[in-house]
Design a protein around this ligand. Structure first.
Ligand code: FES
Length: 66
């Protein structure tokens, strides 16, 4: 599942980053480079990706809590 088109970041990569950094957006962006180019995927309604970064972080956090 694609989270950032510019930098080829997948949901799996976001999950790994969330395990390390929680919901620290800056740290996740720094580690994965998601959201650091056109910034479209920082918006929930970005149509370039399957799951925009804020939604991917939310989903990863929910899955960790289960
Ligand atoms: S789609 Fe993520 S920075 Fe462009």
């Amino acid at each position: 599942m694609l989270v950032c088109d510019c930098n080829d970041v997948t949901f799996d990569m976001i999950q790994e980053a969330v395990k390390k950094h929680g919901n620290n957006l800056d740290a996740i962006m720094e580690e994965t480079e998601a959201g650091t180019t056109c910034e479209c995927c920082l918006e929930e309604d970005c149509d370039k990706v399957d799951l925009a970064l804020p939604l991917a972080i939310k989903k990863a956090l929910q899955e960790i809590e289960i």
